[in-house]
Design a protein around this ligand. Structure first.
Ligand code: F0G
Length: 482
């Protein structure tokens, strides 16, 4: 439990679970890691997992399941229509969010597709605390413009505000004044705001957003994919909520929103996705798209085994001992890195530890993708796979201009219940070495740049031969160590 105190006066996370199934890992020698990165076009998405030691690419669909989840999967009821598994999941979601209707989807972005095709007309504007890549891609495809009303502290990497994911309602008021509420189909609030370093918003802020939206007749949509982390932070950082149970917080968050959607690859330690609402009219407007894009209304593209795992995973999400594991490991990593002056996003958020590539590689021009370079360099130095969250994750404007990201981050995601503290300490050690040798690392340029969601499968090449220099320096410092 996080509130155990230690005789030594130190603080470190303590897992309230034990490991009962293991998977063997391989740590390749650095020369092979450099080759694997070159073969992957310096894009960590294109690495083969067999070449990865610690996979910190994401916390999506890779969280460890519990014994209870695995057991439930064996009891799944297979049916195209009307499976008992679906009704168990529906009942669990009704209990969890207190919302009446549920539309299943194969994952979170499929829910975003349905929201977008249902509610967006060309020329609409969708305000949100901050965009997520797949969300924005759908909305833009359907002709909307996304505006981000994150409060100003949110984009300041080293600001210690406990709720950097908060939405600035004054900017929504100004937008309504300017374009009218009719052009704003909904406001989207993303729990555990992904692209700014897994930063939460407070329950007080959600109350204010809800009130502002509803005053103008605008729908409020909550993206609950990273809800578990946000719940932990509301519970531990928002004084007014310290006596609320996790479930009371969830119920209030859902009741403030008109629609809640989620990736269950994150929330509920499962796979899959879905949309919940208590509004019958909204439910009926979205419903027809589920059989069209996803599958019948009682599975929506998910396997029954996945659905059973979510049922149990949602119960586990209400257990502080379960949902604090990710944030506590992340806090350990961030605090350790800070001890060595390594630039990281603070305060520690959910999702993962985020290195600030703009400062880590302050000699690399932002147009040469410093966070993609840092991602490649960390893999070469350690076998740890992170994810670029910077300019490469942006999309070009229709006229071909390239927006520079607000932040250049390397995300080292912390899949829940997967890694041990010694593995995290290894990653910290290698990042320290890389930081000491950061001047070796140069930028990247495109080899092959896809038009849509380019970060997923685009290929780059190094500017200069810095990967070889990094390998040589590693050998000089570490001899024949892995
Ligand atoms: N919303 C948020 C906040 C997310 O983090 C994600 C996925 C989605 C929606 C889409 O859900 O993947 O199930 O289709 N985030 C993953 C990540 C991809 O690695 O951060 P999905």
């Amino acid at each position: 439990m996080s509130n155990v105190s230690y005789f030594s006066g130190e603080t470190f996370p303590l897992e309230m679970h034990k490991v009962r199934i293991i998977q063997k890992l391989t740590l390749l020698p650095i020369e092979q890691r450099a080759q694997a990165m070159a073969a992957a076009g310096y894009n960590s998405f294109l690495l083969e997992n067999k070449d990865v030691f610690l996979d910190m690419l994401t916390d999506s669909g890779v969280n460890a399941m519990s014994d209870r989840q695995q057991a439930a999967m064996l009891l799944a009821d297979d049916a195209y229509a009307g499976s008992a598994t679906f009704f168990r999941l529906h009942a669990k979601l009704q209990e969890f969010f207190g919302l009446k209707y549920f539309l299943p989807t194969h994952q979170g972005r499929a829910a975003e597709n349905i929201l977008s095709v249902t509610f967006i007309k060309p020329g609409d504007v969708v305000p949100m605390n901050y965009h997520f890549t797949t969300t924005k891609a759908h909305l833009v495809r359907d002709g909307a413009r996304v505006v981000e009303f994150i409060k100003k502290e949110g984009l300041d990497v080293s600001n210690d505000d406990p709720f950097k994911g908060e939405f600035d309602c004054a900017r929504l008021e100004a937008l309504v004044e300017e374009i009218g509420a009719d052009r704003i189909p909904f406001v989207r609030m993303e729990a555990g705001t992904n692209l700014i370093g897994g930063q939460p918003f407070s329950l007080a802020n959600l109350r204010e957003v809800s009130e502002t939206c509803h005053k103008h007749g605008i729908l409020l949509v909550l993206d609950a994919s990273l809800l578990a982390d946000n719940l932990h932070f509301i519970k531990t950082r928002e004084a007014a909520c310290k006596d609320m149970s996790i479930h009371e917080i969830v119920l209030e968050m859902a009741s403030l929103s008109d629609i809640v959607y989620s990736s269950f690859r994150k929330l509920g330690f499962g796979r899959g996705g879905g949309i919940c609402t208590s509004n019958e009219e909204l439910y009926k407007r979205m419903r027809g798209f589920v059989p069209m894009y996803e599958g019948f209304l009682t599975y929506g593209g998910m396997s029954v085994r996945e659905m059973e795992a979510i049922v149990i995973g949602l119960d586990e999400t209400l257990d502080e001992d379960m949902i604090n594991q990710g944030p506590n490991f992340i806090a350990h990593m961030v605090t350790e890195l800070q001890k060595y002056n390594i630039p990281v996003v603070t305060p520690p958020g959910g999702l993962g530890a985020h290195l600030d590539a703009m400062r880590f590689l302050d000699h690399v021009d932002q147009r040469q993708y410093p966070s993609a370079s840092l991602t490649a360099a960390v893999y070469i130095a350690s076998g740890v796979r992170g994810m670029e969250r910077g300019t490469m994750s942006e999309q070009r404007e229709p006229d071909g201009t390239e927006p520079l990201a607000d932040m250049e981050l390397l995300r080292l995601a912390m899949p829940r219940r997967v890694f041990t503290l010694s593995q995290v300490n290894y990653a910290i050690d290698r990042i320290r070495w890389l930081y000491a040798n950061r001047r070796i690392v140069g930028g990247l340029e495109w080899d092959e740049e896809p038009e849509i969601l380019r970060f997923f499968y685009g290929r780059l090449r190094p500017i200069g031969d810095w990967p070889a220099e990094l390998v040589a320096k590693f050998r000089q410092d570490f001899g024949d160590s892995l």
